[in-house]
Structure formats: structure tokens, C-alpha cells
Ligand binder design. Structure first.
Ligand code: DAT
Ligand code: MG
Length: 151
């Protein structure tokens, strides 16, 4: 497996509902490495760029309103297979279809309030981290637990 980067974002409902610590701890406990973290009020243009592939969908305007409706928590996470693994930890897009044990399965009920975003490919992971973070906001660091996570 390859070391990858993924962009994880706690959406405004997750922040408003006091789920920031709960959500961060799930990625932390799994063994992934945090490379960037900030609370951020997203401008409309950035939300539109982030979700540009969904521009033609009927729900696009509501999605942009939702994402810009309050602060989000932006995170970069690094690890072996982190992109697909984070998607599993997050669960299905519609929280009612998300398995118990996943973030959306445990903490959400509606697609339009599904509390968290995760990149869907390693290329999008890199693209989204570059989109949401400036260069000096990311840290490359060695985690002391690494030899206890990977042989
Ligand atoms: P995911 O966030 O699981 O990667 P996606 O990339 O297909 O899902 O869509 C991005 C977000 O857009 C999703 O988290 C919530 C919203 N969305 C997707 N499909 C929707 C739908 N049918 N109705 C309303 N919102 C939707
Ligand atoms: Mg997506």
C-alpha cells in the first residue's frame, strides 16, 4: 500500500453540534497522521471550486449554502491507504444507508447534513489539500508511534 494524503472536513453541522473532537478522534485512533488542521469560514468561491464536479446537480446551490453556513474544520490526514480507509470510517453519503460504527452511520440522518467530507481518490486528496491549505499551514512530521503501527 501507498502512503497517501486525504482531505477531511467537518462540515458546519458537525461544528455546530459539538462533534469536532469525536470526529477527529476517530481518524487519530485509527493511526493516521494529522498534517493540517484549522477552523475556517469558507468563502462561496472556494466551496464552488471544491464541489465543481457537482455543479450541474439540482442540489448544488443548497450544498454551497450549507458548506458556507458556518465554520468548517479543515484537515489533512496522511497514511497508508488513508483515502479509501477514511471513506470507510465516514460511511455512505446518505447517513441512513451508512453502517453503524461509521461517522455518518452513528452521528447523522440526512444527506444534506452528513457532517463530514472525505476525498474520493488520492489525486483528489492532493488537489483538495492544495485547495484548502496554504503551504505554511501544513506540517511534515515523524510520529513516534509509527513503528508500532507498521512493521
Ligand atoms: P460524498 O460526500 O459521500 O463524497 P458526493 O461527493 O457524491 O458524496 O456528494 C458531495 C456532497 O453533496 C454530499 O456529501 C452531500 C451532497 N449530496 C450528494 N448527493 C446529494 C443528493 N442526492 N441530495 C442532496 N445532497 C447531495
Ligand atoms: Mg465526494
Amino acid at each position: 500500500e501507498e502512503v497517501e494524503q486525504t482531505y477531511i472536513m467537518i462540515k458546519p453541522d458537525g461544528v455546530q453540534r459539538g462533534l469536532v473532537g469525536e470526529i477527529i478522534s476517530r481518524f487519530e485512533r485509527k493511526g493516521f497522521k494529522l498534517t493540517g488542521l484549522k477552523l475556517f469560514q469558507c468563502p462561496k468561491e472556494l466551496a464552488e471550486e471544491h464541489y465543481k464536479d457537482l455543479q450541474s446537480k439540482p442540489f448544488f446551490p443548497k450544498l454551497i449554502d450549507y458548506i458556507t453556513s458556518g465554520p468548517v474544520v479543515c484537515m489533512g490526514w496522511e497514511g497508508v491507504g488513508v483515502v479509501a480507509s477514511a471513506r470507510k470510517l465516514i460511511g455512505a453519503t446518505n447517513p441512513l444507508n451508512a453502517e453503524p460504527g461509521t461517522i455518518r452511520g452513528d452521528l447523522a440522518v440526512q444527506t444534506g447534513r452528513n457532517v463530514v467530507h472525505g476525498s474520493d481518490s488520492p489525486d483528489n486528496g492532493k488537489r483538495e489539500i492544495a485547495l484548502w491549505f496554504k503551504e505554511g499551514e501544513l506540517c511534515a512530521w515523524a510520529a513516534v508511534q509509527e513503528p508500532w503501527l507498521m512493521e
